[in-house]
Ligand binder design. Structure first.
Ligand SMILES: [Zn+2]
Length: 132
């Protein structure tokens, strides 16, 4: 049975330690290559290759900005949704659903991963930002 991993990950470069989100093909600081195969092929090996470390995006973050989206694409059964851009304590920035009544720029939020939409029976998960 396929198990859903309800985490969203940042990726740390094994060569210089730079943290990335979303996962890059190369480190933006030192250029070290990432092979996504390392995650799906259990026997993946490449001489001299150090795998990238995955760190779940979790804990508290700060709201940088937000907007309200109308006319949502297919798969959303609601009139509008609030969309926010946040910064985590480790400096990573991410966007996602904002579930706060009266958002204020700079407010502290917590992150969770939940169902975002359903499309032809397929459930899509994503980041949600809520009050701590
Ligand atoms: Zn690097």
């Amino acid at each position: 049975m396929y198990k859903i991993d309800k985490n969203v990950y940042a990726y740390r470069c094994p060569k210089c330690g730079q943290l990335h989100y979303p996962a890059p093909m190369r480190c933006k600081k030192c250029g070290y290559r990432r092979y996504p195969e390392q995650e799906i092929e259990p026997n993946f090996q490449k001489e001299g290759y150090k795998p990238w470390e995955k760190t779940p995006l979790k804990g508290s973050c700060k709201l940088l900005t937000y907007t309200r989206l109308w006319n949502l694409p297919i798969g959303f059964d609601q009139r509008y949704l609030d969309f926010g851009l946040v910064e985590f304590e480790n400096g990573i920035r991410a966007s996602g659903r904002l579930l706060v009544d009266k958002p204020k720029i700079g407010m502290k939020l917590n992150v969770r991963v939940e169902k975002i939409k359903e499309f032809y029976g397929k459930v899509c998960y994503g980041l949600q930002f809520v009050k701590p």
